[in-house]
Each structure stands twice: as structure tokens, then as C-alpha cells.
Write a protein of this length. Structure first.
Length: 599
């Protein structure tokens, strides 16, 4: 059996043109049925039929037998055709095929009957016989349009493109006004990589029928597939000009512009479409997506207001409204949006999760706990909800429950390294630094080369004042990523604090600053220069750091120290006072301030 014979065909999976073949043949059936009835009434057919049970021995023959009194070929053909139709309705497809074959041999409508026989073979899943019957139909009638369409469709679906092209071209010659034939022919050429032929076929259709939207759409998509996006855009803009109320044209052109990163033009195209179809929610949602992508959140929210005014139950609009509000830090608006979704769809667990996030940001911790706790365990957001619950219980002073939530989240997905980091950070906050290190050690067994894990390990070792271990861990990290700015900064600052390896410290600090121009790294560079006694250089960097981090007490203290060294005592006093405003418990700062007052 060939591969084609293993296919199961359903006629309704074929194109409208192909189904028209069957429609025509079904009309023939009604005519034939009328003729048979007339013959019966005229006494040309027997009043009874002998029926042999298919379970009888030797019943390999056709189960229904008839005797016709009239013997001329045309009438016998009609009788055979009628028997075939009856057998087909009874599910006896093989028997029906035999009768149709007889009808084709006897009657003058050989081509049409053979084409119906081809359809019957398709119902049986016998593709080879279907092709053979339809080819025989063309032998009987070379200009049988429906047979060419039938074979074109079959060959298109089985990948026999050359044969499909032959039949579609002949069908166009026989009926040049049938749109679908052009579209199928263009599709075959496109699948064969014959882009020029496909485009020309579609252009021929547009020339013949300028109002063919399908031809223009297919031509635009063909141009996109072969990389001729400029031609595609031209076709689509012509479509919009010719059919300004066609939402599909705006959708297609905007999609093309988005694929090219031309976001503003895409947004304007969506707006243009909405002028003609203001109630088109799909266009407006897509416009909102582009506005969000562009960071034009205010405009996006105004478009969402329009959507929600028209349909207050538009869950997707509320979802976008809530997410934008979260992004903008409008926590109350976000909470209202997600609460509204839950009124419409109580089982919308993503909305419940984000409601918890909005409440958490408002420090409404008990309500946030209630929202996160209601996220079902079978949803993808469950583990994330547990992480939030751990944080919330920590804020509420329930440290044991906080640890339990974090550990449950980690147990639910032990391969998630960020969960290890969350639990480690929680234990660190609770003062269990050794426990935090143990969690990181477990995580490193999963990913020994993970630089985030190494960096956290070094930080925790520093908290335990295991400075040599901390520096060694940071150096291990730098072997993996020599441009890790924070690891470079950590070692440089440590060496400055202990007054050792200051040349290496300066090199590392300057490299870190080149990689990451952050205020705390400016402070490190300045502090290294200070420890080297290069106070003018130190002042330049520490002033930059203070401008970026005016609320950092360590930075302000460093600035006061270098100002004092340079004799700028009034400014030094101002810097030290600023430190005490930020942190009145800052160790040693009051003593420095008192010493300056005595000068």
C-alpha cells in the first residue's frame, strides 16, 4: 500500500471549489431519483426487490439485486446509478462503487459519474483509485472543469505539485473567473519555491478582479515570506486605500510594521483602522499592546478606558489596566483592576496573584496574605505565591511561617535557583547566616558556575568576617566572569578598608567603574585614592558619589573625611551632620564632628 492509501479523507476538509463538485453531483442524484420513481410508477421496475442477507453463506456478491425490465443502455445506466446511491446511503461503499462503475460504462454521462466514483473512493480512503477514476473522467471529457479542480485539490494536498499546477492551469483556462483556483495555483507555486510564478498568478487575479481581497492578502504574505517586505507594504497600503473599512488590511500592515520594529507607524495604522471601525476591540487591544511596548503607558490607559466604557466585563482590558498600574506604581488602581477581574471571573488565579502583589506594595499585608494563600497549588504561579507569603510572614513577624513558605516553594521546584537565593536571603535577614550559606551550597551543587550564587556566598562570608574566604570566593567568580563589576568592587573596597594591595585595589575599582558607572563604585574609587593619600583625586570621585547617593551615610562620611584632610572643615562639618541626620547611631561620626568644632 502506498503512503497515500493510508490517508483518511473527509470531503469537508477540502476547499469550497471541491465541495461544489459534490454539490453538483448531489443535484444529479435528485434528478435520477425522480426518474427512477417515474419508471417504477410506469411499471418498468419490479415492485419488490430480492434482498440477500450479508450474513448468508456465499454472500460475497452485492447484497441488493434488482431486475430491470427495460434493457436499453441509458436506462440501465440510470438504474445502476440509483442502486449505487442507495448502496452508498446504506454504507455499502464497495457495492456503491461497483454500481457507479456500471453506470459509467453504460451511460452517456461517463465523465460526471466517474468523478462521483472518485469521490466515493476518497470516502473509502482509497486515494489511488480516486485519482484513477477522476483521470478516467477527463479521458471521457477533457474539459470537465470539476474533474480538474478535483485532481488539483488532491495533488495539492498530497504534495504532487507539478500535477496540481497542470490541473489548476487548465481549470483557469476553462473558467478564468474562479478566484479560488488562482489562489490554490499560487499556493502550489509558493510551496515549490517559485515565488515569481506565485506572485504573477496573484497579480493576474487582481487584474481580473481588483476587488479580490484574498488575492491581495496572499500576495502581501508571499512578498513577506520571500523577504520583499517593501512590496508587501505597498500591496497592503493599496488595500487600505481601496478598502478603508477592511480591518484585516490594518491588522496585516500593522503586524508587518511591528515585525520591523516600526512601533509608532504600527500604532498610527491601528488608529487609522479604528477611525473606520471604532468598535473593533481586536484593533484597539493590539494598539494598546504597541503603546505598552513603546512605554506610552498613559496613552495605553486612555485606550483601555475606551474599551472598558464599551464593555465593563472585558477581562483582558482590566488585566492590562492592572499590569500598567503596577508598572507605574499606582498600587491602588492596580488592586482595583484585579479585584474587578475576580468579580467577573472568580477563578482567574493570575488576577488573584497580582491583587496580592498590589496589596503587598500598599503594605496591606494581611489582605495580601489572603490573596496569595488563595492561589491554587496546581497553577503555575503557586510557587511564586509561596515566595511572597514567605516575605509577608517575615514582615508580620512570623519568622517560622516565613521559613516554612520559602522551604515549601523550594521543595515544589528545587531546580529554581532564585528560590534558593530567596530562602538564603530570608535566613540572612533572620540572622542565620550559616544557614543561608548552607542553602547556597545546595544551590551550587545544581550550578557550580552560577555567578549570582558565588557573589551572595562572598557577601555572606564577609558578614561572618571571614575576609580571606570572601576575597577568594570573589576571585573564583572573576575567573568565570572577569568583568563582574560588583566582585571587582568588593575586593577593591575590602583592600581599601584594610589598607593593603592598594595598587591592585585601584586597578580593580577603576575597571569596575568603567563597567558600571554606579554611585557606590564611585565611592570605592574615591576611598582607594583616599587610602593612598591622593586626596584631590579622592575628592572628585567622592563628590560624584555623594551627588548620586545623598542618603548613604557611609558615602557622606567618606566625603567628610576627605574634606577634613584637605582643610575644608566647614564642608566636612556639613557632611558629618548629614551623616547623623541619616543615621544618628553612626559609629565615630559624632566624635569627628566634635573634634572639628574644637579647631
Amino acid at each position: 500500500m502506498t503512503p497515500h492509501c493510508r490517508l483518511t479523507y473527509d470531503i469537508w476538509n477540502f476547499s469550497p471549489a471541491f465541495r461544489q463538485v459534490i454539490w453538483v453531483l448531489s443535484k444529479m442524484k435528485k434528478i435520477i431519483s425522480g426518474i427512477i420513481l417515474c419508471l417504477f410508477l410506469a411499471g418498468c421496475l419490479p415492485a419488490t426487490a430480492s434482498v440477500k442477507s450479508p450474513t448468508d453463506s456465499g454472500s460475497a456478491e452485492i447484497p441488493f439485486t434488482y431486475r430491470a425490465k427495460v434493457r436499453d443502455g441509458e436506462t440501465r445506466a440510470l438504474a445502476a446509478y440509483a442502486k449505487g446511491q442507495f448502496a452508498a446511503k446504506m454504507g455499502e461503499l464497495a457495492t456503491a462503487a461497483d454500481f457507479l462503475r456500471q453506470a459509467a460504462d453504460l451511460g452517456s454521462e461517463r465523465g460526471g459519474i466517474l468523478l462521483e466514483l472518485a469521490h466515493l473512493h476518497l470516502r473509502q480512503g482509497n486515494l489511488e483509485e480516486a485519482v484513477r477514476a477522476s483521470e478516467d473522467a477527463l479521458i471521457a471529457d477533457p474539459d470537465l472543469l470539476l474533474a480538474h479542480l478535483f485532481l488539483g485539490e488532491v495533488h495539492l494536498r498530497t504534495g504532487e505539485s507539478a500535477q496540481a499546477i497542470t490541473h489548476y492551469e487548465r481549470a483557469i483556462a476553462l473558467d478564468p473567473d474562479r478566484e479560488e483556483t488562482y489562489l490554490n495555483l499560487a499556493l502550489v507555486h509558493a510551496r515549490r519555491g517559485e515565488s515569481e510564478e506565485a506572485a504573477q498568478t496573484l497579480k493576474d487575479l487582481v487584474a481580473r478582479d481588483p476587488d479580490s481581497l484574498n488575492a491581495r492578502f496572499m500576495l502581501a504574505r508571499l512578498y513577506q515570506e520571500i523577504g520583499l517586505e517593501g512590496f508587501a507594504e505597498e500591496v497592503l497600503r493599496e488595500m487600505i486605500e481601496r478598502f478603508p473599512d477592511s480591518d484585516k488590511a490594518y491588522l496585516e500592515l500593522s503586524g508587518l510594521l511591528e515585525s520591523q520594529g516600526r512601533w509608532r507607524e504600527a500604532a498610527e495604522t491601528y488608529r487609522q483602522g479604528l477611525e473606520f471601525t471604532p468598535d473593533n476591540t481586536q484593533l484597539r487591544h493590539l494598539l494598546i499592546g504597541v503603546l505598552i511596548r513603546e512605554g506610552r503607558l498613559g496613552e495605553a490607559r486612555r485606550e483601555l478606558e475606551t474599551l472598558l466604557a464599551a464593555d465593563p466585563a472585558d477581562v483582558e482590558a482590566w488585566r492590562k489596566e492592572g499590569l500598567i498600574a503596577l508598572e507605574q506604581g499606582a498600587w491602588e488602581d492596580a488592586g482595583e483592576a484585579f479585584a474587578r477581574i475576580l468579580e467577573i471571573e472568580p477563578a482567574h488565579h493570575q488576577a488573584r496573584y497580582y491583587l496580592g502583589s498590589a496589596l503587598e506594595q500598599q503594605q496591606r499585608y494581611e489582605e495580601a496574605v489572603e490573596a496569595f494563600a488563595a492561589v491554587p497549588s496546581e497553577t503555575p504561579l503557586y510557587s511564586e505565591a509561596l515566595i511572597h507569603l514567605g516575605y509577608l510572614y517575615q514582615r508580620l513577624g512570623e519568622e517560622a511561617r516565613a521559613r516554612d513558605m520559602m522551604r515549601e516553594a523550594l521543595a515544589s521546584d528545587p531546580a529554581r535557583l532564585e528560590y534558593h537565593l530567596y530562602l538564603s536571603a530570608l535566613l540572612d535577614e533572620q540572622g542565620d547566616v550559616e544557614g543561608a550559606l548552607e542553602v547556597l551550597a545546595e544551590a551550587r551543587r545544581l550550578d557550580p558556575q552560577n555567578t549570582n550564587l558565588l557573589y551572595r556566598k562572598g557577601i555572606l562570608q564577609g558578614k561572618l568576617e571571614r575576609w580571606d574566604d570572601a576575597v577568594q570566593t570573589m576571585r573564583e567568580l572573576l575567573e568565570i566572569n572577569p568583568e563582574h563589576a560588583d566582585a571587582l568592587n568588593y575586593i577593591a573596597y575590602h583592600y581599601a578598608e584594610v589598607g593593603r594591595h592598594l595598587d591592585e585595589a585601584l586597578d580593580m575599582a577603576l575597571k569596575a567603574l568603567a563597567l558600571k558607572a554606579a554611585g557606590y563604585i564611585q565611592d570605592t574609587v574615591g576611598w582607594v585614592y583616599f587610602m593612598r593619600g591622593e586626596y584631590e583625586e579622592a575628592l572628585a570621585y567622592l563628590e560624584k558619589a555623594a551627588r548620586e547617593l545623598p542618603q548613604d551615610p557611609v558615602v557622606m562620611e567618606h566625603l567628610g573625611d576627605v574634606l577634613h584632610k584637605l582643610g575644608q572643615n566647614d564642608r566636612a562639618v556639613e557632611a558629618y551632620r548629614k551623616v547623623l541626620e541619616i543615621d544618628e547611631t553612626a559609629q565615630g561620626v559624632q566624635e569627628k564632628l566634635d573634634a572639628l568644632k574644637e579647631l
